[in-house]
Design a protein around this ligand. Structure first.
Ligand code: PLP
Length: 388
């Protein structure tokens, strides 16, 4: 049979990150700064709440929208943290992580050919989900001179009559960049003037250092036009539980739920129970993890700069994004040679878009001793490959 696989998939190449991890899994003694997930196990009381619920028979489907109890907890959290009011009955949807949230958001709002503006580099799912939804990703270049912030004027310059939305995620993967409320207000101004929706991936919202958490929907008149995507994977070290949420106006949540009910049915019940416990009692332990990330952040950023890989100070998430141009290697060649010669895994910046070229992503969600050893090995590598 010809064309067994849909042509739509040709538009999306396999994730550059995954390709790299396949290589790592075949090697021993590798220090990985590759995978973007906490090295901590989920706090025990959260896991215990889920185990207990399984014993109580919580093993079935939940409502398509997710457990009302969890939606109420999320509504209270958004009210307490950002003074935002979302109706748990109509304006919140529990998703299988923010991953599903991004997919549902773009599928709910895009008609074929509609354009979505996003920063370059950006999280690998953004352009792929837009392409799967028959939309067109429009990349706006960002760079280290501006600490990888998205400039409102650059966004405005890319708007056409097909632009439907702006998709952002700050703090950012892969750069660790943040946009403070004043920066975001400029983007909001563009969105408002051009009547665009904003999809705001806020999975790292609480993983910030020395700055206040931000929330796009808090900006004046932006709640109605924002699809806020939040999650539990990073702050509470719950990547495997697969729980996230979307908060938006009722028409958008209804549209997203219509897709979710046929494709996912609901998010896993044990993850939902765990998320309730995380919101009720998880903050203290999560803050301890945050303090540890901050210690590691300082060590890695100083270490990278000291060895000649210039790196701006990331103030969110758990990524450093140093330039590797001092070596004259492309980011892919740097990552591949570093892995083979020194057994340190980093991700080529080019996996996240053209503007990621010349950089590599180093995830510092690993022990301080691993970070120190990785920097020692990288120093040796850089010395050997320094451009003459
Ligand atoms: N958004 C960003 C920016 C991410 O970095 C990730 C995971 O790395 C996700 C979303 C996926 O999160 P989840 O585990 O909630 O699906």
């Amino acid at each position: 049979m010809r064309n067994r696989i849909a042509r739509r998939l040709d538009r999306v190449s396999p994730s550059g990150i995954r390709k790299f991890f396949d290589l790592i899994s075949s090697m021993e003694g590798v220090i990985s700064l590759g995978v973007g997930e906490p090295d901590f196990a989920t706090p025990w009381h959260i896991t215990e709440a889920a185990i207990h619920s399984l014993g109580q028979g919580y093993t079935m489907y939940t409502s398509n929208s997710g457990m009302l109890e969890l939606r109420r907890e999320i509504a209270s959290y958004l009210k307490a943290t950002y003074n935002l009011d979302y109706d748990p009955n109509t304006e919140l949807l529990i998703t299988n992580g923010v991953s599903e949230g991004v997919d549902l958001a773009v599928r709910a709002i895009l008609d074929p050919g509609d354009e979505v503006i996003m920063p370059d580099p950006c999280y690998v799912s953004y352009p792929s989900c837009v392409l799967f939804a028959d939309g067109v990703p429009v990349h706006v270049a960002t760079n280290s001179d501006n600490e990888f912030k998205l400039r409102a004027a650059d966004v405005e310059a890319r708007i056409t009559d097909r632009t439907k939305a702006i998709l952002i995620g700050y703090p950012a993967n892969p750069t660790g960049a943040v946009m403070e409320m004043a920066d975001l207000a400029d983007i909001a101004d563009v969105a408002r003037r051009h009547n665009l929706l904003v999809i705001s991936d806020e999975i790292y919202n609480l993983l910030v250092y020395e700055i206040e958490p931000t929330c796009f929907a808090c900006l004046p008149e932006m709640k109605e036009g924002t699809i806020l995507l939040g999650g539990f994977s990073k702050f509470y070290a719950m990547t495997g539980w697969r729980i996230g949420y979307a908060a938006a106006s009722a028409d958008i949540i209804a549209a997203m739920t219509r897709i979710h009910q046929y494709t996912a049915l609901c998010a896993p019940i044990m993850g939902q129970v765990a998320a309730i416990e995380a919101l009720r009692a998880g903050e203290e332990e999560a803050r301890r993890m945050l303090e540890e990330y901050d210690r590691r952040r300082r060590v890695i950023v100083k270490g990278l700069n000291d060895i000649g890989l210039s790196c701006f100070e990331p103030r969110g998430a758990f990524y450093a994004f140093p330039s590797v141009t001092a070596t004259g290697l492309s980011s892919e060649a740097f990552a591949e040679k570093l892995l083979r010669q020194e057994k340190v895994a980093v991700v080529p910046g080019s996996a996240f878009g053209e503007c990621g070229e010349g950089h590599v992503r180093c995830c510092y969600a690993t022990s301080l001793s691993n970070i120190e050893e990785a920097v020692t090995r990288m120093a040796r590598f850089v010395k050997k490959h320094r451009r003459a």
